[in-house]
Design a binder for this molecule. Structure first.
Ligand SMILES: C[S@@+](CC[C@H](N)C(=O)[O-])C[C@H]1O[C@@H](n2cnc3c(N)ncnc32)[C@H](O)[C@@H]1O
Length: 289
């Protein structure tokens, strides 16, 4: 059995499934729309217990799942949604023990997904341009995961270059969630190992096009694919079975590529656009996803 402790972050969930985050502290009082509960009444209770607030308001007290935690944690930058956080480690093929480069850290949501995927034997190096975002991210990460000795957070501009660590070893995987990933592609080509995976996430079509062009221009990337995911939840109540009225219709596009020896596919030259190199368009079609 796992019991709530002072200092940990939990969520209270109401009948409508709405979640409210709080950090437990002995002696404190939690208030929600006039209903109150002493933190001491929650500390020591098992995960998944009912919590009785004043005015007979009943809620569930839960340790948040990773996805729930991310949606409620303090944000500097916009976080990636759970649907993308779930896919990215899979499509970047982030495995236990991998050495991963990430930029930008943002609020730390993707960093945590990567840390979970590499496990204690792996390593994540993450660059963030803004000091305030980097601080928020570290607070979010450590609050959820505790100390993370295998995370190296650096306040750096990824557009200016990526440094290898002192051991000089290349990265196995490179994952980008920043506005201009095409500026990082030439650096990615330098620091990824052969066979390594590149992945970037961008919200708009022009960003995808620039990114894919940069990957082809770099000449050492192949198997370039771009996709997005739509997640539609359903309401199932008695005979009323239908999709929910609301959904997150768009978050962004994921582009993946492998670092390879060039020669199998044509590349695009400086000044050329993808439309001028017809063969590239057929690449990677119908991969049976
Ligand atoms: C959309 S946010 C990343 C959110 C993050 N993936 C998460 O889930 O919490 C983009 C971040 O990239 C950072 N950024 C933008 N340009 C950068 C650069 N050149 N180098 C490093 N970080 C950069 C921004 O400051 C911002 O924090």
């Amino acid at each position: 059995m796992s019991y709530f402790q002072s200092g940990e972050r939990i969520h209270l969930v109401d009948k409508k499934g709405r979640q409210y985050a709080l950090t437990l502290k002995a002696g404190d009082l939690y208030q929600l729309s006039g209903h109150k509960i002493a933190h001491d009444d929650l500390i020591g209770k098992p995960d998944g217990s009912l919590a009785m607030l004043s005015g007979n308001k009943t809620m569930l007290a839960l340790r948040p799942t990773f996805g729930d935690y991310v949606l409620k944690m303090p944000r500097g930058a916009q976080v990636l949604y759970p649907k993308d956080l779930a896919l990215i480690p899979m499509w970047a093929d982030v495995y236990p023990g991998a050495r991963v480069f990430e930029a930008g850290t943002g609020s730390g949501a993707l960093t945590m997904a990567l840390l979970r995927a590499v496990g204690p034997r792996g390593l994540v190096v993450t660059y963030e341009a803004r000091e305030d975002f980097a601080r928020t991210a570290m607070t979010n990460i450590e609050r959820y995961m505790g100390p993370v000795p295998n995370l190296i957070p650096l306040r750096r501009n990824a557009y200016e270059g990526i440094s290898l660590l002192d051991d000089g070893l290349p990265f196995d995987r490179l994952v980008l969630d920043l506005p201009e990933p095409w500026q990082v592609v030439p650096h990615a080509a330098q620091v990824l190992r052969s066979g390594g995976m590149y992945l970037s996430f961008v919200p708009t079509v022009p960003q995808v096009v620039q990114t894919v062009e940069a990957l082809h221009r770099a000449t050492v990337f192949g198997m370039v694919e771009t996709f997005e995911t739509l997640l539609r939840t359903w309401s199932i109540q008695g005979r009323s079975v239908r999709p929910d009225h609301r959904m997150v219709a768009h978050s962004g596009f994921i582009t993946v590529a492998r670092k390879i020896e060039s020669g199998l596919w044509p590349t695009i030259q400086a000044g050329e656009s993808l439309g001028e190199v017809a063969d590239i368009h057929d690449e990677g079609e119908d991969r049976g996803r």
